[in-house]
Design a binder for this molecule. Structure first.
Ligand SMILES: NC(=O)c1ccc[n+]([C@@H]2O[C@H](COP(=O)([O-])OP(=O)(O)OC[C@H]3O[C@@H](n4cnc5c(N)ncnc54)[C@H](O)[C@@H]3O)[C@@H](O)[C@H]2O)c1
Length: 439
């Protein structure tokens, strides 16, 4: 089989590499010349564990290649995936579909023989229909079907998520397209992955419903954490207590600084817009979007608290900048709210992230960029654990204490135990956990 992936970002590159690992012949296309040049030299444009080796092996075996030329890559392909970005449209929160529609037009001009166009980008209900209209208008003679196949992988564990997903959702009414998709996903069928065939609109909505539900779950536990802080309860035990209920489930019940990343913020917002336009407002999701926005900004207050009411002129060490560990993705990361809020309050910031510094430098300024985590702490008045990278999980606390001016930690990921931190002589604040009194 021959597959073409339009858009070689987090989703396109991982999906393309994984399909080639399944034995499919894959061409990844991107209009970003430097990205494709890097890939041709074996340099990954993103940080994703295991990706470099997977790409290298499949390029070597001749199943995976990269190009900026969309036309030749589309000609003769059995399936052409659209995996371009669908960011929030500036100003109104609708999904910006301009990249999807531009790709559809370009694909249309190059179609040659029956081709399945697969929308892997996260797109609002009705986008598949619109893509079909664009292709038909651009190339009335084309023989094609448009399928929705939303992607559920998570950055940081993307390869495993793609190779062993909880499910695959395929939305199409066409039996011919279904057959192509069945062949493509056969390796997953063989390991008994549930493959759900639905209508196209259903598949499109399923992706938004999944992300919105997860955003609700995170926001719910974040609010319970706030309540725990007021009443002296421990949110970890509450999470365990409710998560052991099979109807609720354990996952996504870890409180923190509010969800961020390349998907939840924009997808919740887009769902709110779609739902309102359809006359079925998603009021829970609307509220969640609002709560989460405010929460990220409020996290800076915890730092002010730990510093005794003001951070003016104080040095604060920031541990982690990416929206989660094991990725270099900075899109909508909580750090992008926390850092400017602390700067506005007069703090001097020293920052470190194991993989996200290059991306972060494009988005943050006026901070001291450090070489390693301990460098951030020299003479610091407080440190803030923003992203739970493994290397921040077992800091050398005596060394940290010696380096800092005052040993204080705001642990926005509840990595450390409040009792142990207090016993080690730290002024410590987590999220939703009571802190024992000193001595
Ligand atoms: N990142 C994730 O974790 C994730 C997970 C599931 C779904 N998604 C969805 O997948 C889609 C892609 O997300 P991403 O994070 O991979 O985006 P990304 O920004 O990392 O990558 C998109 C790529 O598409 C390229 N592109 C845009 N228009 C093009 C065109 N006409 N021809 C060729 N290349 C083009 C861009 O240059 C870019 O490299 C989005 O809709 C997103 O919501 C993302």
């Amino acid at each position: 089989m021959r597959v073409t992936m339009i858009g070689t970002g987090y989703v396109g590159l991982v999906s393309g590499a994984c399909f080639s690992e399944f034995g499919v012949n894959v061409t990844c296309v991107d209009k970003d010349v430097s990205k494709i040049e890097k890939l041709k030299q074996g340099v990954m444009p993103i940080y994703e564990p295991g990706l470099e080796k997977l790409v290298e092996d499949n390029v070597k075996d001749g199943r995976l290649s990269f190009t900026t030329e969309l036309g030749p890559a589309v000609k003769g392909a059995d399936a052409v995936f659209i995996a371009v970005g669908t960011p929030s449209r500036r100003g109104d929160g609708y999904a910006d579909l301009s990249y999807v529609y531009a790709a559809a037009e370009e694909i249309a001009q190059a179609l040659d023989g029956y081709t399945v166009i697969v929308d892997k980008s996260t797109v609002p209900v009705g986008t598949g229909r619109e893509v079909e209209t664009i292709i038909r208008k651009t190339n009335p003679k084309a023989d094609f079907d448009v399928v929705s196949n939303p992607e559920f992988l998570r950055e940081g564990s993307a390869i495993n998520d793609f190779m062993r997903p909880d499910r695959v959702v395929i939305g199409t009414e066409s039996e011919r397209a279904r057959e192509v998709m069945r062949r493509l996903y056969r390796p997953l069928h063989l390991i008994e992955t549930p493959i759900l065939f639905t209508g196209r609109e259903t598949a499109e909505l399923t992706k938004y419903a999944a992300n919105a539900f997860l955003a609700v779950k995170i926001t719910f536990i974040n609010e319970i954490a706030d309540l725990c802080e007021k009443v002296g309860a421990d949110v970890h035990d509450v999470s365990k207590g409710i998560g052991l209920d099979g109807r609720i489930g354990k996952k996504f019940l870890h409180p923190g600084p509010g969800y961020g990343g390349s998907c939840f913020p924009k997808d919740t917002l887009a769902l709110v817009r779609t739902a309102k336009d359809a006359g079925a407002p998603a009021r829970i999701v609307e509220t969640v979007v609002d709560i989460n926005d405010k929460r990220k900004k409020r996290m800076a207050d915890k730092v002010v608290d730990v510093c005794g009411g003001s951070v003016k002129g104080k040095k604060i060490a920031i541990l982690g900048l990416t929206f989660k560990p094991n990725t270099d993705d900075m899109r909508d990361a909580p750090s992008l709210e926390i850092v400017p809020a602390l700067q506005a309050a007069g703090a001097n910031l020293s920052v470190f992230d194991p993989e996200g510094m290059e991306e972060a430098k494009k988005m943050l300024s006026g901070v001291e960029w450090c070489e390693n985590v301990y460098d951030t702490m020299k003479d610091a008045d407080a440190m803030v654990l923003v992203t739970e990278w493994n290397e921040f999980r077992s800091l050398d606390l005596p060394r940290v204490k010696k380096l800092m001016k005052t040993p204080a930690m705001v642990d926005l990921r509840n990595v450390y135990s409040p009792a142990e931190m207090v016993a080690s002589g730290f002024n410590y604040i987590g999220v939703g956990r009571p802190v024992p009194k000193k001595g």
